[in-house]
Design a protein around this ligand. Structure first.
Ligand SMILES: N[C@@H](CCC(=O)N[C@@H](CS)C(=O)NCC(=O)O)C(=O)O
Length: 214
């Protein structure tokens, strides 16, 4: 039985997990989840009901996107995503934590202003501070931690992409040429295309699909 990945195509956490699975060449059975109709098998494995969730061959349940990334890359890391040119793996993990803890809440407030008292433009301004920091990093190297892409680039990219898509004209008008080029590079690359393949929702009892796609 191959590892099983419960995924949702548009979820940025699931995206970063799929990017790492593609980069590592780790195959699995992908089960596309409709978030409104979570399959009982997913909830039995992981009652908190978020995606991604990966069940390993040994039956271990990985319930956090970062854990799925690390699991895949520790098995096989041909592109050296765990070996930054600048800094250490801990530095990469700190950048991912800053994205998840500081930037993502602002992204949610910017994207869904009606759901938050401090949403909309104030949230966009706070999120932009984080993006200024990324632009500064990219002024010294083409990727966030040096000359080659790492775990941090892949983990942040789906969230930066979502932020950019809320108001593309505004994002494109910001003085972030390196961040624009970095994001464009990711969205145009074959690895991202493979990670974004479309699948119909999985139904209980069906075989999932082989992932990554050919
Ligand atoms: N910390 C988790 C967060 C995962 C998460 O929040 N995923 C969202 C989708 S983007 C989810 O499944 N939400 C549950 C729902 O919408 O019912 C991770 O890194 O995997």
């Amino acid at each position: 039985m191959p590892p099983v990945l419960y995924s949702f195509r548009r979820c940025p956490y699931a995206m970063r997990a799929r990017l790492a699975l593609v980069a590592s060449g780790q195959s699995c059975e992908l089960r596309e989840v409709a978030l409104r109709h979570k399959p009982p098998e997913l909830l039995a494995a992981s009652p908190k009901g978020t995606v991604p969730v990966l069940l390993t061959e040994e039956g271990t349940v990985l319930e956090q996107s970062l854990d799925v990334m690390l699991w895949a890359l520790r098995r096989n890391d041909p592109q050296r995503w765990l070996q930054p040119d600048i800094g250490t793996l801990d530095d990469l993990l700190a950048l991912v934590a800053a994205c998840d803890e500081q930037f993502k809440p602002q992204l949610d407030r910017y994207k869904y202003p009606a759901r938050h008292a401090d949403g909309g433009e104030p949230a966009r301004a706070r999120g932009a501070q984080f993006l200024h920091g990324l632009e500064a990093r990219l002024s010294t190297a083409p990727h966030l931690a040096g000359d080659h892409a790492t775990l941090a680039d892949a983990a942040l990219m789906p969230f930066v992409r979502q932020f950019a898509m809320v108001d593309a004209a505004w994002f494109d008008a910001q003085p972030w040429p390196r961040l624009h080029a970095w994001l464009a590079g990711w969205t145009a690359c074959a690895l991202f295309e493979r990670a974004m393949h479309k699948y119909a929702p999985w139904q209980s009892g069906e075989a999932g699909v082989d992932f990554p796609p050919a």
